[in-house]
Design a protein around this ligand. Sequence first.
Ligand SMILES: *[C@@H]1O[C@H](CO)[C@@H](O)[C@H](O)[C@H]1NC(C)=O
Ligand SMILES: *[C@@H]1O[C@H](CO)[C@@H](O)[C@H](O)[C@H]1NC(C)=O
Ligand SMILES: *[C@@H]1O[C@H](CO)[C@@H](O)[C@H](O)[C@H]1NC(C)=O
Ligand SMILES: *[C@@H]1O[C@H](CO)[C@@H](O)[C@H](O)[C@H]1NC(C)=O
Length: 299
Amino acid sequence: MACNMHKTMIAFSILWSLYKASLSVRFKVVSGPSVVATLGSDVLLPCSLTPEMNAENMEIRWFKITYQPYVHLYINGKDDYTAQMPQFANRTELLKENITRGIFLLRIRKVTAQDSGNYYCFVESTEHHGVATVQLQVTAVGSPLVISVITEDTVFCESDGWYPEPYLIWTDNEGNKVIPSMEKVLKDEKSLYHILSAIYLPPTSSNITCTVSSSLNQSKQSSTQTIEMRLPVTCRDLYSRYIVFWPSLVVILMLLGYICFLLKRLGKLQRIYVNRNLRAGNPARISQSEGIQLTQHHC
Ligand SMILES: *[C@@H]1O[C@H](CO)[C@@H](O)[C@H](O)[C@H]1NC(C)=O
Ligand SMILES: *[C@@H]1O[C@H](CO)[C@@H](O)[C@H](O)[C@H]1NC(C)=O
Ligand SMILES: *[C@@H]1O[C@H](CO)[C@@H](O)[C@H](O)[C@H]1NC(C)=O
Ligand SMILES: *[C@@H]1O[C@H](CO)[C@@H](O)[C@H](O)[C@H]1NC(C)=O
């Protein structure tokens, strides 16, 4: 009985020392939750070990979707680019300055839209391994907005080179939203977004503002463009008035001329008639004839 007790004690102490030894080589891999980088800039992705320990002789593998090909690999004390994703060729660097303290950041140069997404930092020693995730968010503010009046009542606004997917808002003088009549978001070969929108001009508004923003808190507002709504309308009104006025004047003048001509002819006839009547001795017609002569003078 006592012998059995002794054996159990020995077994327990062996297990305990093994556990303590394993604790000393165990580590946790730590990275950031997310890193934001503007398109074309250089970015540092964090990765470290806790507790602090020398990682010089460990395998450090940064990968994105697949374990291999990888984004970056450090193995047997040096970098290995043999199975690197072509997308990252010549753009990655593992900073080893503090590797003996378990800190090794990954530098990615000239980030592209395709670089965005989750990165895994996988660390393996002879006894243990661990992994941590960090999200890289790439942002790009597009080209200056272009507002153009295509037809009399339709206004377009567009911009390209956005990342991530942007959204567009139209506002009028009072800052009220204007519902677009058309909106398109396209993706180019570099995974950047092109946004295009159109509105029918609200009849009461002269200044229309187009604003494009992307979901990561970077936004860009267009320079406010004034669209003089009243001007073309007033012009058209004036024009139409001229159109009505001038032909009417011509018609009236022509009519007056024709009436005068008719009256003259009538007057001649009347005079002939009066002369005849006078000769015939009928005075009743004379006053009428004079009346007509008077009207003729007015013309
Ligand atoms: C890698 O980058 C270096 C310097 O940044 C440059 O000299 C070299 O030509 C590049 N190689 C490739 C394959 O792009
Ligand atoms: C290494 O650690 C030192 C001291 O904390 C720090 O100043 C330096 O920036 C670190 N270098 C890298 C590449 O992390
Ligand atoms: C329209 O914009 C112009 C110039 O930006 C400004 O002077 C004018 O007051 C604006 N008009 C209205 C109605 O907001
Ligand atoms: C954008 O978000 C970051 C944190 O995610 C914050 O520190 C920064 O002030 C924000 N910028 C703007 C312009 O809202």
